[in-house]
Design a protein around this ligand. Structure first.
Ligand SMILES: Cc1cc2nc3c(=O)[nH]c(=O)nc-3n(C[C@H](O)[C@H](O)[C@H](O)COP(=O)(O)O)c2cc1C
Length: 393
C-alpha cells in the first residue's frame, strides 16, 4: 500500500511538497509567525533529548495501542485538525481514509473543505474541532451537526490569535467571494504548478475555498474569507462560554492550545477529558518555547486528572516516543501529514503515518520496551540542561 509514494521520510516529503505546490499554497501550510522562531524551535527541541539503547533482552513485539477521547487507536499519533487544505483534491476525506487504514483517528477542522459527515463516513474515529465563531445559536447548530454525523469527540481550539504576520513570504488573504475577478487573481499562482492544478481539473473540481463546517444555515456555506471575517468579529469566548460548550456537547471533550499550568488547571475545572499542549504549530505567538519543553510540568500539575496530549514539530517516530516518555498520552501531527497529502493524497498520508508507526516500533525495540506504558522519563537522556522550561503558572 502506498508503494508509489515518492518519499521515504518526512524530510523528502517536505521537499517534494515545496516543489509541487504553488508558492502561495506552500507558504500557507508552512506558515509560522514573524521570524518563525517557534516554528523551528518546535522541531529543534526534540534534539535536546536522546536515548541510551540496550542490546540484551530486547522485546520481540512492541504494543503501540492506546485509547484517547473514547476511541481505541493502533498507535499514539492522531491527524491534527488543519484548515484550508487546498493542497490536494482528496482533501480531508483522503486524510481520514488514510488514518482509518492505519487504525487511527482524525481531528477535523472547522475550516476544513470537507464536511464532518463526509469525514465520519470515511473514518469512524473522527473528532470535530471547533473554533468559537459567531453566535451561540450558530455554534450550537454546528455542534449538533457534528453529533448527528457521529463525531466521537469535540476539540475546542482556543489559541489562534490572528497574528499572521511574517518576516518572510506572506500568502494572499483568504478570498471573500468566488467571483470571476477573484478566481482570475488566484489563477497565476495555480497556473505556476500545472501538474498540481491538473489533479483538480481531472476530478472536475477547483481548489476548495468554502468551509462547510462553519455553515450559517444549512443552505448558506461561507467562503474561507467570510468565515475568517466572522471569526475576527466574534469576541473570544469567556470561561462561561467554554463551560457552556462542554455541557452542550456532553461527550469526550478536549481543549487544544495549552501553554500554561493555569490554563491546564482551568480546563480540568471545566470538566475537559483531555488537553493538548500546543502552540498551534508556531502559528500563535512567535517566541513561545516548544510544547515538548512544557509537557513535563503540565503533566506534573494535571496529569492525574486529565489526559495530556502534545503537538508541534513531530517529524519522526522517535519524537513520538520522547513525548510519550514525558507523559503524553498521544501526539497530534499537522504539517507532517500535510506534506504527504500534498505529494500523494491519501497514499501520501498513509505513508507518513506508516513511517511514524515504524519509527515508534523501532525506537521502542532499540530501548527495550514492549508497550507504551513502560515508557518514562528514565528512558531519555536530557542532552541540553536547558531542555525543560516551566510554563507560566
Ligand atoms: C496550515 C495549518 C492550518 C492549521 N489549522 C488549524 C485549525 O484549523 N484548527 C486547529 O485546531 N489547528 C490548526 N492548526 C494547528 C495544528 O492542528 C497543529 O496544532 C500543528 O500543526 C502542530 O504542529 P506541526 O505542524 O509541527 O505538527 C493548523 C496548522 C497549520 C500548519
Amino acid at each position: 500500500m502506498g508503494k508509489n509514494v515518492p518519499f521515504n521520510n518526512l524530510a523528502e516529503a517536505e521537499m517534494l511538497a515545496k516543489k509541487r505546490l504553488p508558492r502561495a499554497v506552500w507558504l500557507a501550510i508552512k506558515a509560522g509567525n514573524e521570524q518563525g522562531w517557534t516554528l523551528d524551535e518546535n522541531i529543534r527541541a526534540y534534539n535536546d533529548l536522546g536515548f541510551s539503547p540496550t542490546i540484551f533482552d530486547r522485546p520481540v513485539r512492541q504494543d503501540t495501542r492506546t485509547s484517547i477521547l473514547g476511541v481505541d487507536i493502533d498507535f499514539p499519533v492522531i491527524v491534527s485538525p488543519v484548515g484550508a487544505q487546498a493542497i490536494h483534491p482528496g482533501g480531508e476525506v483522503a486524510a481520514a481514509r488514510a488514518a482509518a487504514r492505519m487504525g487511527t483517528a482524525i481531528g477535523l477542522s472547522s475550516y476544513a473543505s470537507n464536511s464532518i459527515s463526509e469525514v465520519t463516513a470515511a473514518n469512524d474515529k473522527s473528532f470535530f474541532q471547533l473554533y468559537w465563531v459567531g453566535t451561540r445559536d450558530r455554534i450550537e447548530a454546528r455542534v449538533e451537526e457534528a453529533r448527528r454525523s457521529g463525531a466521537k469527540a469535540l476539540i475546542v481550539t482556543l489559541d489562534w490569535s490572528f497574528t499572521p504576520r511574517r518576516d518572510w513570504g506572506v500568502p494572499p488573504a483568504p478570498p471573500m467571494k468566488l467571483d470571476i475577478p477573484t478566481m482570475a487573481s488566484l489563477a497565476p499562482a495555480a497556473l505556476s504548478r500545472p501538474a498540481w492544478l491538473a489533479r483538480y481539473l481531472v476530478k472536475g473540481r477547483i481548489p476548495e475555498l468554502k468551509v462547510p463546517n462553519l455553515f450559517i444555515t444549512k443552505d448558506q456555506v461561507p467562503t474561507f474569507g467570510e468565515a475568517w471575517a466572522e471569526f475576527v468579529d466574534t469576541p473570544t469566548p469567556t470561561w462561561d462560554d467554554v463551560k457552556w460548550l462542554r455541557e452542550l456537547w456532553g461527550g469526550p471533550f478536549m481543549v487544544k492550545g495549552i501553554s500554561s499550568i493555569k490554563d491546564a488547571k482551568r480546563a480540568v475545572d471545566l470538566g475537559a477529558d483531555a488537553i493538548s499542549v500546543s502552540n498551534h504549530g508556531g502559528n500563535n505567538i512567535d517566541g513561545t518555547p516548544a510544547p515538548i519543553r512544557f509537557l513535563p510540568s503540565i503533566v506534573d500539575a494535571v496529569g492525574s486528572d486529565i489526559d495530556v496530549m502534545v503537538d508541534g514539530g513531530i517529524r519522526r517516530g522517535s519524537d513520538v516516543v520522547k513525548a510519550i516518555a514525558l507523559g503524553a498520552k498521544a501526539v497530534f501531527i499537522g504539517r507532517a501529514y500535510l506534506y504527504g497529502l500534498a505529494v500523494s493524497g491519501e497514499d501520501g498520508v498513509y505513508k507518513v503515518l506508516e513511517i511514524l508507526k515504524n519509527g515508534i516500533e523501532e525506537t521502542m525495540f532499540g530501548i527495550g520496551k514492549s508497550s507504551l506504558d513502560e515508557l518514562s522519563i528514565d528512558d531519555l537522556l536530557i542532552l541540553n540542561r536547558d531542555f525543560l522550561v516551566k510554563p507560566a503558572c
